[in-house]
Design a protein around this ligand. Sequence first.
Ligand code: G3I
Length: 377
Amino acid sequence: MTIEQSALPFTRRSLLAAGAALALPLPAAAARSPSSLAALGAAKGIRFGSTIGGKTMADPRYRQLNAAECALIVPENEMKWAALRPDARHFDFRAADRIVAWSTANDIGVRGHTLLWHSERWMPQWVADHDYGSSPAIEAERLLVDHVATVAGRYADRVDSFDVVNEAIDSETGKLRETALSRHLGAIETLELAFRAARQAAPEAQLVYNDYMGWRSDEGLHRDAVLRLLEQLRKRRAPVDALGVQSHLGSKFSDTPTGLGSLDETAWRRFLDEVTGMGFDLLVTEMDVHENPLPGDIAVRDAQVAAHARAYLDLMLSYPQTKTVICWGLSDRYSWLGDFRQRPDGLPKRPSPFDANYKRKPFRDAIAAAFNAAAPR
Ligand code: G3I
């Protein structure tokens, strides 16, 4: 698909064409019961959702689970540069279009993730190898603005919230990362440009800075750096509406002896107070619980995961600015954590609200209980 063709907006017609091959299930609004997470959240003004894509999109049982529980879907990988951009001239929207078409047919909203993953590691190699010519800043700006305008513009009438920039900070140093684009444009300038281009292409959408700083006591450097970044963007009047708090809970390393990590709730509240004090909304964008150091016994492990998730959600939902809660996958069968640092006992991981056979777990009930306990917003 050429850039010219891809600039066309994502119309209902193209959407139905893309969805036709999928044997679409029942409209999910009908399938969602009043006790679904979507309905329990909606009763309090909270949108609940999860990710889909790749293998999970090909699994009808997984699609059905999402249709039954979710008001919102995020393509797990399909809206990233790595998926959309085979090279500097072309876009391939097929996989993203199929997810958007399926979501539309099932009456589920869509979040866009992500217009700029500001990390060399997660951008396609061609971005680093690209010939930026004799006016490299102009070419870098053209490339970035063209990408953001094309993608945000295409989905503007279906996606009402975009992770415009993802993970711009190196959490080990607290500094902004460098990429091929930012080496020509400047780091903060690159981020500002992405937000401005997104606002122009999707003027109605919520624009989000998304990152993985959290409430563990070893995450202070990252939290401070995010605050500094939000302040800088605000000073430059970049159109940022909200902070996406990824919420990959649990320990960083499988060998940590301290269970789910030592938490600094006071520092976390101070952080959230500062973010909301600057006028930003909050979203929980990628929740799961990495339970590597917890005991192997399934009942014990699941109960501890659920208690951890409940305490975290109660805190996050005590902020009326938190109106979106998204899990990074619903089932243990497909969690990205399955391939990320094995448990010391070698047992399969259980980081999601449903098990590998789509059976609900205490984590799922903890989310429901947190929604029931939350104040309306
Ligand atoms: O699709 C290819 C497949 O064709 C190939 O055979 C296979 C071989 O490795 O790779 C497949 O692509 C993988 C893709 O997931 C789909 O499974 C990539 O290698 C792999 O890097 C990619 O991982 C994703 C990761 O982001 C990097 O994009 C994870 O699924 C996804 O869960 C993860 O999500 C991130 C968020 O975007 C940002 N926050 C953290 C979160 C978890 O890491």
